[in-house]
Design a protein around this ligand. Structure first.
Ligand code: SAH
Ligand code: SF4
Length: 406
């Protein structure tokens, strides 16, 4: 089968070219055709030698993802459903703002972490995406949106200052899947996003969001430190375990220590903590005060925890069928935010975008053949989370699934 050139970062493409008797600068030319100009057809790559084009025709391809649907929300948010074969589909969301565009990219078909409040998690896990499938999401979005806006590669976008015209200014790995559980495919994809001959995004404008895979946070720091968002969702281990099963393996104290180590090489001097606001579950004043303590390096019982310079991003829960959870009211979110802000903790509330087309955080479900029995496991755990009074932790926890189940 022909190799998919979307699987290659520039180094890998250079190695492929060298193995085919071509000089490195040819790889740069080819890489620019693919990623900067959105070309998939080797015949159109006019400055490549005919001999190289012939080799490429025979052995390689640029393999886009088949688009199953494209939906546009009233607020301009665009969601693509891509076919990744085997009965699986993944979703990618573009969120336009006045001065920039953000693309929310998927890393897996489904997710094995199984967070209680996440639609993807409820679907279970099918498989990791390849590097090419991760990159293809940006490749498609960037070139489709450019074409729609009548922008050619290299043009200056009106009102956007210097730099090549681009549609996507930020990439956030916040679509379906846990990116740090697909590390081997993730890192080359990030390199394509960052490469000046690729999409030329700065490290500050590429964000990996994780539910807290501690050893991989350390590896990312060494291999490709981009901006990091950590899905915290609770100020103490008991509640976090009920919401994010991975917490049993990597409790908050260890997660904070990894965040602290990460900051030594991160492109930003803070970690973003995401916090999904669930009515009656994690949204009381006491939870907010516990987060203030966490931000100042203290655990729930006043014990020392690693102090991590951070910002909080509160995400009002986006409901999906059968979640059994409710979104905190606007007033509750505002009161919660003001407790953090009054204590000097920078806190923003994420605007919900694209919920009319189910494109908001946690609503991405694609279509996934569950190979992990997560659906059954979550059905068992549905009784675990009960609405709790302020500060009471998690009441009525029945049997905890074992680590190997999580
Ligand atoms: N697996 C990674 C990235 C994908 S999820 C992670 O968990 O960080 C992206 C963000 O959406 C995470 O912060 C996640 O907690 C949040 N999220 C998931 N389900 C949600 C829902 N139903 N409503 C609001 N936010 C949700
Ligand atoms: Fe997976 Fe993230 Fe959803 Fe948790 S929130 S189930 S880690 S995609």
């Amino acid at each position: 089968m022909a190799v998919n050139l979307l699987d290659f970062d520039l180094e890998a493409l250079a190695a492929w070219c060298e193995a085919h008797g071509e000089k490195r600068f040819r790889a740069v030319q080819l890489f620019r055709w693919i990623h900067q100009k959105g070309a998939a057809d080797f015949a159109s790559m006019s400055d490549l030698a005919k001999s190289l084009r012939d080799k490429l025709e025979g052995e390689a391809e640029v393999r886009p993802l088949p688009v199953l649907s494209e939906q546009r929300s009233a607020d301009g948010t665009t969601k693509w459903l891509f076919d990744v074969g085997g009965g699986n589909a993944i979703e990618t969301v573009f969120i336009p703002e006045d001065d920039r565009g953000t693309l929310c990219v998927s890393s897996q078909a489904g997710c094995a972490v199984g967070c209680r409040f996440c639609s993807t998690g409820h679907q279970g896990f099918s498989r990791n995406l390849t590097t090419g499938e991760i990159v293809a999401q940006l490749w498609h979005a960037e070139h489709r949106l450019r074409a729609e806006r009548g922008l050619a590669a290299g043009e200056r976008a009106p009102g956007r200052g210097p730099g090549p015209a681009r549609a996507v200014d930020n990439v956030v790995m916040m679509g379906m899947g846990e990116p740090l559980q697909n590390y081997a495919a993730l890192v080359p994809a990030l390199r394509v996003f960052l490469d000046d001959h690729g999409y030329g995004l700065s490290r500050r404008r590429v964000t990996v969001s994780t539910s807290g895979v501690v050893p991989m946070i350390d590896r990312l720091r060494e291999d490709c430190p981009v901006a990091l968002a950590v899905s915290l969702h609770a100020p103490d281990d008991a509640l976090r375990e009920a919401l994010v099963p991975l917490n049993r393996k990597y409790p908050i104290g260890e997660l904070l220590a990894a965040c602290q180590r990460y900051l030594a090489r991160a492109p930003r001097d803070f970690i973003t903590f995401e916090y999904c606001m669930l009515a009656g579950v994690n949204d009381t004043d006491e939870h907010a005060r516990a987060l203030v303590r966490l931000a100042t390096g203290r655990g729930p019982a006043g014990e020392a925890w690693p102090r991590v310079p951070c910002k909080f991003n509160l995400i009002p829960f986006n409901p999906f069928p059968a979640s059994g959870l409710a979104r905190s009211s606007r007033e509750r979110v505002a009161a919660f935010a003001s407790i953090l802000q009054a204590a000097g903790v920078v806190t923003t509330v994420r605007k919900t975008r694209g919920d009319d087309i189910d494109a908001a955080c946690g609503q991405l479900a694609g279509e996934v053949l569950d190979r992990t029995q997560a659906t059954r496991r979550l059905a068992r755990r549905r009784t675990v989370l009960q609405l709790v009074p302020a500060g009471a932790g998690v009441a009525g926890m029945p049997r905890q699934p074992s680590r190997s189940e999580a």
